[in-house]
Design a protein around this ligand. Structure first.
Ligand code: PMP
Length: 427
């Protein structure tokens, strides 16, 4: 698979970007073009993209490409001049939130969004303490590295950070789930007490409503609401990191936090927002934005430019025009039913997780131990069969499938058929 050309490119990459910048696959894949859910490598082979959520409305989407191109040839500037596109975009995006969340900061990445949200929370509360899941990722700035628990980051955990083991009710009886919820909320109480005793107080709880890095967890009913109640009672704010769960990925809702009876004070956005053009955002209340704005001059050179706004608007337009939310629901339901069928047949599959067009397939050995090696082998096998997926989770044993939202029924069939074959071959 690795041709002399690919090997040479790899050597040049190592010689410039270093050997530690991560690449997927034993033999890295050199991609040259994309269209919709399809990707083409340097040898002309096509792959079904079952993994990437940034090309939300499809790789090389012509509506987004044309909007960006048109605007690049017209005007691109920072936000200290009036331009209608940024206002049009803010209005269109905020219309997708409940009435309380009616203000927007534009940024360039998920990291910037989380960094800013935590800064807003700190200034509002006068506290510094943060609660995060004990296996999560929220970005790459210094302060986010200090609260990263889920991927290899060697920044020590900040003294102002407390971690929570997010309870997972997958497969539990109602009684067992209720007991788990009570225990887990007890841990929240202890974490808050510890932050208060140490003098940090509570500024925010920051979590991804789908718990994507954790391997897609389903907390017991009432856990998230109980967590939010406790954080607010301690004076803190709730920050929903919707970098992965947002923009209709879940099919039946535009935002992951809508899974719960929860209106966060801050919602952070990124990845799919500009279909690959770097756009991120923090959606919040008028009170929080105004309070922050009175104290700080927040200026961001690239964020909210006419070109970024054109990209963001085009994504929303395509979503509406192509009915991507209901389609994610329908296609997602088809994939989920097929995956549940596979789980019933294959002893390797302990559970099928996720919603809409976001799936986690929990792989275990006969003794129930996490099957990380098998997950790795499966992603390689799927690549050989022309389908790209990945894996995630505390034990790196949860297959992660999150195709562009434009995936159609026939393509969904290919995705699941190849997975069925791969599972059978590895069983
Ligand atoms: N939050 C979540 C949940 C993420 O998955 C990521 C990126 N993987 C980020 C934040 C950081 O986003 P970015 O890479 O755009 O800075």
């Amino acid at each position: 698979m690795t041709t002399p050309g690919t090997s040479e490119l790899l050597a040049r990459r190592y010689a410039t970007l270093g050997e530690h910048s991560p690449l997927f696959y034993r033999e890295p894949l050199e991609l040259v073009s994309g269209e919709g859910v399809w990707l083409t490598d340097a040898q002309g082979r096509t792959y079904l993209d079952g993994y990437n959520n940034v090309p939300h409305v499809g790789h090389a989407n012509p509506v987004v490409a044309d909007a960006v191109h048109r605007q690049l040839r017209t005007l691109n500037l920072h936000t200290r001049y009036l331009n209608h596109l940024v206002v049009d975009y803010a209005e269109a995006l905020l219309a997708a939130f409940d009435d309380r969340l009616d203000r927007l900061f534009l940024v360039n990445s998920g990291s910037e969004a989380n960094e800013l949200a935590l800064r807003v929370a700190r200034q509002h509360t006068g506290s510094t303490g943060v609660l995060v899941s004990d296996f999560s990722y929220h970005g790459n700035t210094t302060s986010l590295a200090e609260l990263t628990t889920g991927l290899t980051v060697h920044e020590p955990l900040g003294g102002h950070v407390r971690t929570l083991r997010i309870p997972d009710a997958t497969g539990l009886t109602e009684t067992a789930a209720r007991d788990l919820c009570v225990r887990a909320l007890g841990e929240v109480d202890a974490a808050i007490a510890s932050l208060q005793e140490a003098g940090h107080g509570v500024s925010a709880a920051l979590f991804d409503p789908l718990f994507s890095t954790e391997g897609l967890l389903t907390p017991p009913d009432g856990y998230i609401e109980g967590l939010a109640r406790r954080v607010r009672a301690a004076g803190g704010l709730v920050v929903a990191d919707e970098v992965q769960s947002g923009f209709g990925r879940l099919g039946d809702a535009m935002w992951g936090h809508e899974l719960f009876d929860l209106s966060p004070e801050l919602v952070t956005l990124g990845k799919p927002m500009g279909n690959g053009h770097p756009v991120g955002g923090v959606v919040t209340t008028a009170e929080l934005l105004d309070e922050f704005g009175r104290r700080n001059m927040y200026f961001n050179t690239f964020a909210g430019s006419p070109v970024s706004s054109a990209a963001g608007l085009a994504v929303l337009e395509v979503m509406e025009h192509e009915r991507l939310l209901p389609r994610a629901h329908e296609t997602g339901a088809y994939i989920a039913s097929r995956l549940h069928g596979l789980a019933a047949e294959s002893p390797l599959v302990a559970s099928v997780r996720g919603r809409g067009l976001f799936f986690g397939i929990d792989l275990v050995h006969d003794d129930g131990a996490p099957a990380a090696g098998t997950a790795r082998a499966l992603t390689e096998k799927m690549r050989e069969k022309g389908v790209l997926i990945s894996k995630i989770g505390r034990d790196d044993n949860v297959l992660k499938m999150r195709p562009p939202m434009v995936i159609e029924q026939a393509q969904a069939e290919i995705l699941v058929d190849r997975l069925a074959e791969s599972l059978a071959e590895l069983a």
